[in-house]
Design a protein around this ligand. Structure first.
Ligand SMILES: [Zn+2]
Length: 726
């Protein structure tokens, strides 16, 4: 890898060979290595140096004492190259959140580090070097009593756990089953407490940990300088990985061993002199590698740094890989293009006329040149895309055209959407979502969020309709299509857009409309009755969607509305389906207050996840104290504490016993694969609703036989139910 590997040091060995007879020189180094066994002595010898470095750092206002071993651009390219590679982790890192007995945690951690090194090296080997040849390396742990390497599993079985002090990735060599130091590609040190030196904390790693890293690096370098192995890409650079059960970083030590004195009478003095004067030490930031479930986040910067170090270490032993990082990274743009086409396809899929694919193909092969419009018109319309109350927007769906007049501008927390009425039927109201015009350059996050809100939601709602899900508690697709812009549309007959800035802007219209729970809470109109009904209606929506394998994934007060105009019996509807999970690869939205524990930990939903989010919604809506959450860790910790103290159940118990019982039930299911028994809970909630309603409301359907259909002519909302609750 360019820039990463130093020139071979074999030449320099040759050039200085004359200074001492080879045998004598080798003997001296061997003896030195045998006696160089105490990392604490080395650290003590380096204390002044560490202190002077941090003084220099302060006086020169450098950000870090040591340089970073890798450039961010290198890591980024490496990240692209790794996109198609899967790393197979078999052992989970034990979570510090759920400690059992400390011995078993430590043992599991050692096994997990070995597994991590193995999975990293194997994934890299197969992707860059060879699919067919077996990987010539393996991971083993060092037992400090005899400086031998063992598989951690065997060492632990023999009661050697307490003496394990490092893990190494090393060349397989059947003649040396307990490992040789010159066979080591890289060393990993499992040192709890790294999490307190994360990347943004400015805190440098303590001398003890750095000293130990330098000690192990130096031992490997000395052993290599005595080795008979050939190092095609040079051997004077060693990577030491620092890991704890969540975080990790890389220490890189590089230098010419021939510049070391090897003074047998002052072993630690000559070692520290070499480090001070002849070595280049670089230290990476400490970043997260494992999530709370103990799975490595392979794409995160913490794991990337460690993988990149491992990659460089393999290069030293195995030479230039068959496929370069550039080769593999080149596929990134192909994947990116495929992803974009997929998105485009998603968008076109949602067109009910079903010729999405056809049009996509046409679009891709027809780079037709369209007439350039007058620039002055262009600027004017671009500015006027902001919709105001009263403005009318025309929508083209298949061959229909329909106008909608904006009644109100609404906010889902991030983005605007609209309450609008069809021009030809002003008695009706719908929600209208407007996507970003393809021509407009929005900040990426706005673009992405708009895509979720409009195109993705259109796809989800159409999918529900195709699968025959119908429930009045779900929002329904009324129509979807593209905007009809003012002036003549010059788009080519084969599809695509003309150069009017609005051309191709996607629009989605859904029903029903209502006030969001967020608004009800802020105006104090979400009381006991509402909480129980909300729980029933949302659970019913969750159940209907789950029956066809769809999960909502973004339940929060902005995504639940209360429908109370034109209906006999007000009810709640779950809206905002853009982040719904249709298949395994879909990711739910991340929300520190409302996401389920599993979603925060895994980025996925389990079967109880939506119900768990619903419980948080009810808890916060019923006056549960809202914690100040600013990180996923903090959010998980809050959940852990709140559930274990039964804080959520208690709060909901103040509202109603059935909600308390429901929270208990959800708590028992969280994170398990067991399905929710929707029927039982819908029945119980319904019973509580009837108790609440009893005597307060006369069901008009009893008298006039009206069904629960939405009507816009009569508002039959019962006046008996107090909505204004402080
Ligand atoms: Zn156009």
């Amino acid at each position: 890898m360019e820039g990463g590997s130093p020139p071979p040091d074999l030449e320099s060995v040759g050039s200085r060979r004359s200074s001492l007879p080879l045998s004598g020189r080798t003997r001296k180094r061997k003896e030195f290595l045998q006696r160089f066994v105490d990392s604490e002595f080395l650290t003590a010898n380096l204390e002044d140096w560490f202190a002077s470095l941090s003084l220099t750092e302060k006086s020169t206002r450098r950000k870090r004492v040591f340089d970073e071993p890798f450039e961010l651009v290198e890591l980024q390219k490496f990240d692209y190259a790794l996109e198609g590679i899967s790393f197979q982790q078999l052992m989970r890192m034990p979570s510090p959140l759920y400690p059992s007995s400390s011995d078993s945690v430590e043992a599991t951690a050692f096994l997990a580090v070995e597994d991590f090194l193995h999975a990293s090296a194997k994934g890299l080997w197969e992707a860059f070097w060879s699919q067919n040849e077996p990987m010539p390396f393996s991971a083993a742990s060092l037992y400090n009593e005899n400086s031998k390497f063992y598989q951690a599993e065997k060492a632990i079985a023999k009661g050697k756990l307490g003496g394990l002090c490092a893990t190494a990735l090393m060349m397989n060599n059947p003649r040396h089953p307990h490992g040789k130091w010159d066979h080591i590609l890289e060393v990993a040190l499992l040192r709890p407490g790294l999490s307190s030196y994360p990347v943004d904390s400015d805190r440098e790693l303590p001398p003890l940990i750095l000293g130990e890293s330098l000690f192990f690096a130096l031992r490997v370098l000395i052993a290599r300088s005595l080795s008979r192995l050939s190092f095609p890409q040079g051997s004077n650079c060693v990577y030491v990985l620092l890991l704890d059960s969540q975080y990790g970083g890389v220490v890189k030590v590089e230098g010419d061993m021939n510049r070391m004195e090897f003074d047998i009478n002052d072993i630690y003095g000559s070692a520290s002199d070499w480090i001070k004067n002849h070595a280049q030490v670089s230290v990476s930031s400490v970043d997260r590698i494992w999530n709370k479930l103990g799975n490595a986040n392979w794409g995160d910067i913490g794991a990337l740094q460690v993988l990149f170090a491992t990659f460089q270490a393999i290069v030293q032993f195995a030479g230039t890989p068959k496929l370069s990082i550039e080769d593999l990274a080149a596929d990134h743009s192909i994947r990116l293009r495929a992803r974009r086409m997929e998105r485009q396809l998603d968008m076109d899929d949602s067109q009910p006329n079903g010729d999405g694919l056809f049009r996509l193909q046409n679009r891709a092969v027809s780079p037709e040149i369209v007439e350039v419009q007058d620039d002055s018109i262009r600027v004017e319309v671009e500015e006027s895309l902001k919709l105001e109350v009263g403005s009318v927007l025309w929508l083209e769906e298949s061959n229909w055209q329909k106008g909608y007049q904006i009644n109100a501008i609404l906010n889902d927390g991030d983005l605007l959407y609209y309450d609008a009425s069809p021009v030809d039927d002003p008695g009706k109201s719908f929600f209208l979502y407007v996507g970003s015009p393809p021509s407009q350059l929005e900040p990426a996050w706005v673009n992405m969020n708009l895509w979720y809100q409009v195109q993705r939601q259109t796809k989800v709602l159409s999918s529900m309709r195709q699968k025959g899900v119908s429930s009045k508690y779900l929002s329904a697709l009324v129509s979807s299509g593209r905007i009809i812009h003012p002036g003549q549309c010059q788009r080519p007959s084969s599809g695509g857009n003309c150069n009017h800035p609005w051309c191709g802007t996607p629009i989605l219209v859904t029903s029903p409309v209502g006030e969001t729970v967020a608004d009800m809470i802020s105006s104090g109109r979400f009381g006991v009755d509402e909480a129980i009904r909300c729980c029933h209606d949302c659970l019913s929506a969750i159940s209907a969607a789950a029956s066809v394998g769809i999960r909502h994934g973004d339940i929060r007060p902005e995504n639940v509305i209360f429908v109370n105009t034109g209906v006999r019996q007000p009810y709640f509807v779950l809206i905002g389906w853009g982040h719904a999970v249709l298949e395994e690869r879909d990711r739910p939205a991340m929300n520190l207050h409302f996401s389920s524990t599993y979603a925060l930990q895994e980025g996925k939903l389990c079967s109880a996840s939506d119900a768990e989010s619903l419980v948080y919604l009810l808890y916060f809506s019923s006056g549960g104290t809202s914690p100040n959450l600013d990180s996923v860790e903090g959010a998980l910790e809050w959940r852990e504490n709140a559930w274990s103290r039964r804080q959520i159940q208690q709060k909901l118990g103040d509202v109603s016993t059935v909600l308390k019982a429901f929270a208990d039930y959800v708590d028992s299911l969280c994170g398990t694969p067991y399905p929710i028994d929707y029927e039982i809970w819908l029945r119980r909630l319904k019973r509580s609703m009837h108790v609440e309603d009893h005597g307060k409301e006369i069901d008009p359907s009893v008298h006039d036989g009206r069904t629960d259909r939405q009507t816009f002519t009569a508002d039959l909302k019962s006046p008996g139910r107090g909505k204004l609750r402080p």
